[in-house]
Design a protein around this ligand. Structure first.
Ligand SMILES: Nc1ncnc2c1ncn2[C@@H]1O[C@H](COP(=O)(O)OP(=O)(O)OP(=O)(O)O)[C@@H](O)[C@H]1O
Ligand SMILES: [Mg+2]
Length: 252
């Protein structure tokens, strides 16, 4: 059985891509097989895992627009047992192209239904609640929501929860909130603790005990085309993502 998890928050820059890459890598480090689906036209997950622009064909866009799965869209990464379906800027066109077609919410699901051989598929969503995010949620078993430890962390979350509820009522009854993960926590900043308290009050046991610290090694890693876990396995950020992976598995 493959568990498909969307990493979603329509707010930009909260740590979706960082969480996708490093949680997937941490899963592989504990002997799971993982696939990343880069559902963001920015292509940050593809770049961050070292897939060059000219190695991205066919990309997620090609699969979505042709409504056809091709094995060749699955690319190997430098990490054994971690693969990716990359994205390119073309994917931005899907939001428009999908708008007027049949089964516009189910294209990513159709693709992922044909993929076997992974314990986890992580979908890196774009910072919007458009058709790409809806497609991702329709295709998923559950959602992990990264929340940045900053003042407006909870802002906009009601729209995300409404979208999740609408998808539960319509296309995907079994969609669950897997968990909420606090990211970029700064222990020198008392605001981080206040935000943590607020988020735990709001989401209760859905909030992971593991908190991802703000860590410079995490922010350096993507420019080397490597997960932080490969760039510096011993940094605090890498250790936190391994703890998070254990927690996600423990909760299955
Ligand atoms: N724990 C962390 N410590 C330090 N920097 C971090 C951490 N997590 C993420 N970052 C940095 O913050 C920025 C935003 O992170 P990321 O790209 O993962 O967010 P995102 O939610 O995917 O953004 P977008 O909405 O644009 O897709 C990046 O430059 C990333 O390297
Ligand atoms: Mg991103």
């Amino acid at each position: 059985m493959t568990k498909i998890i969307s990493i979603t928050n329509q707010k930009g820059g909260v740590g979706k891509t960082t969480t996708t890459i490093n949680l997937a890598t941490a899963m592989v480090a504990i002997n799971k097989r993982a696939l990343i689906v880069d559902a963001d036209p920015q292509g940050n997950a593809s770049t961050g895992i070292g897939i060059k622009e000219d190695e991205r064909s066919p990309s997620l866009y090609d699969l979505i627009s042709k409504n056809l799965f091709k094995e060749s869209a699955i690319k190997k990464t430098l990490i054994p047992n971690l693969d990716i379906i990359p994205s390119t800027i073309d994917l931005a066109a899907s939001e428009v192209e999908l708008a007027n077609i049949e089964n516009r919410e189910g294209r990513i699901k159709n693709i992922l239904d044909k993929i076997i051989g992974y314990d986890f598929i992580f979908i890196d969503c774009p910072p919007a609640l458009g058709l790409l995010t809806i497609n991702s949620l329709v295709a998923s078993n559950s959602v992990i929501v990264p929340l940045q430890c900053e003042f407006f962390a909870l802002e906009g979350l009601s729209s995300l929860v409404k979208t999740i509820n609408a998808i539960q009522d319509g296309f995907n009854k079994s969609l669950e909130i897997e968990g909420v993960v606090l990211t970029m926590h700064d222990k020198r900043n008392s605001l981080s603790d206040l935000v943590e308290r607020d988020v735990r009050n709001h989401f209760g046991s859905k909030v992971y005990k593991t908190i991802i610290p703000r860590n410079v090694r995490i922010s350096e890693a993507p420019s080397h085309g490597k997960p932080a876990l490969v760039y510096d396995i011993s940094c605090l950020g890498s250790k936190a993502y391994i703890e998070l992976a254990k927690e996600v598995i423990f909760n299955q």
